[in-house]
Design a protein around this ligand. Structure first.
Ligand SMILES: O=C(O)CCC(=O)N[C@@H](CCC(=O)O)C(=O)O
Ligand SMILES: [Zn+2]
Length: 358
């Protein structure tokens, strides 16, 4: 696809205020360009799906809002594009610097989770590990995209004004299957540091009160943000995968409202932190698919966070059965279609965070 001139991209964005449409029309590449809105906000398009919005006098937070890392997870894409469109149309006045990312334009266009590789397994340098290079020695589409997204996020944080800053990255997803808790967040492994009370309170204002507390490093975008950028990074799971136009966005209105308040300096009514108002789960086991024989032993209708009696066979692979080991162990993200070697299911159990939140 040929590169459109910057002037054409600029005038289209100005007239439509729709960066998602521009990104999806030009999924391979967009010329970089920038301009100022009449309210002083600087808009800088860095790449297709990568746009910086910066108020004339930025507050102390640098916030990344990312969606579409998996192309068929559309509700988050609609939410983020709605926020960005209102920024571009000057209906929402930013007080904070925000980097908007539409993760995988090709997969969004195709309505699929991924094209060649799972983009959310390629961060923290995994994009450039040699086993995924093409026969010409280059990077696949998603590997190149993961590298570009990492570079963009690092540049965004590095270009922040001097002084004390708070870095955040919310990577919005939807789950493949239904969940007992419609909205939940994955809190990446913090290497023993306390979980952030302010973040838990903010996410509660987003109507998210269920957290998976990860216990080991990962190749996800949110772990990259937390570990390599010292940001408050989260994967937010908002409902179940549905095609564009079939999402009931009213179910995510609290999330939309809280994100808008965050980027525009509106007061957020954060309630006091009370552990009993949350569900915290710790990952006990990550089951990786070893062979093509990997099978789940329960139905597709089984929701995330479902528990089974101890001893129940949950999945089998060549020569191995995975059974429930302890009472209360619940399944999350079971997916037999992942590539060999990748995570096919998490087994989690409820935990208390007493003494580990500050
Ligand atoms: O429903 C599913 O099976 C997957 C939904 C999804 O894409 N989840 C993210 C979680 C990322 C994390 O662990 O932080 C993923 O699998 O990439
Ligand atoms: Zn996803």
């Amino acid at each position: 696809m040929s590169l459109i001139p910057a002037e054409q991209a600029f005038s289209q964005l100005q007239s439509t205020a729709d960066f998602l449409a521009l990104t999806l029309e030009q999924p391979d590449q967009l010329p970089a360009f920038e301009f100022h809105l009449a309210n002083g906000t600087r808009i800088a398009v860095w790449h297709t799906g990568v746009l910086l919005a910066e108020p004339a006098v930025p507050g102390q937070q640098d916030i990344v809002l990312s969606s579409g890392i998996h192309g068929n997870e559309t509700a988050p894409i609609e939410i983020c594009n709605g926020i960005l469109s209102d920024v571009l149309a000057q209906k929402l006045q930013l007080t904070e610097r925000v980097l908007f990312l539409f993760g995988n334009p090709w997969a969004i266009n195709a309505g699929v989770r991924e094209i060649e590789d799972n983009l959310n397994r390629l961060f923290s340098g995994h994009h450039s590990k040699d086993d995924g290079l093409t026969s010409e020695g280059g990077l696949s589409k998603e590997r190149a995209r993961a590298k570009l997204l990492e570079e963009s996020v690092l540049k965004f944080y590095q270009q922040a004004p001097a002084g004390e800053r708070v870095r955040k990255l919310y990577d919005l997803h939807t789950a493949i299957r239904g969940s007992r808790f419609e909205k939940f967040a994955v809190y990446p492994f913090l290497h023993g540091k306390d979980w952030s009370q302010t973040e838990l309170q903010f996410l509660k204002a987003c109507d998210i009160d269920t957290f998976l507390l990860m216990q080991s490093p990962a190749s996800t975008f949110s772990y990259f943000a937390a570990q390599s950028c010292q940001a408050h990074g989260f994967t937010l799971e908002l409902g179940k995968v549905r095609p564009f136009g079939q999402n009931d966005l009213s179910r995510f209105s609290a999330t939309d409202k809280a994100l808008r308040a965050l980027v525009s300096g509106q007061p957020l009514s954060l309630s006091a932190f009370v552990e009993a108002e949350f569900n915290f789960y710790e990952v006990r086991r990550a089951i990786n698919k070893q062979t093509d024989a990997f099978r789940l032993c329960f139905e597709d209708a089984i929701e995330n966070f479902t528990t089974f009696p101890v001893g129940t066979v949950l999945a089998q692979d060549e020569g191995v059965q995975y059974k429930v080991e302890v009472e209360g162990e619940a399944v999350i993200f079971p997916n037999p279609k992942v590539a060999i070697g990748q995570r096919a299911m998490l087994l989690v159990k409820p935990v208390s965070v007493a003494g580990k939140v500050s």
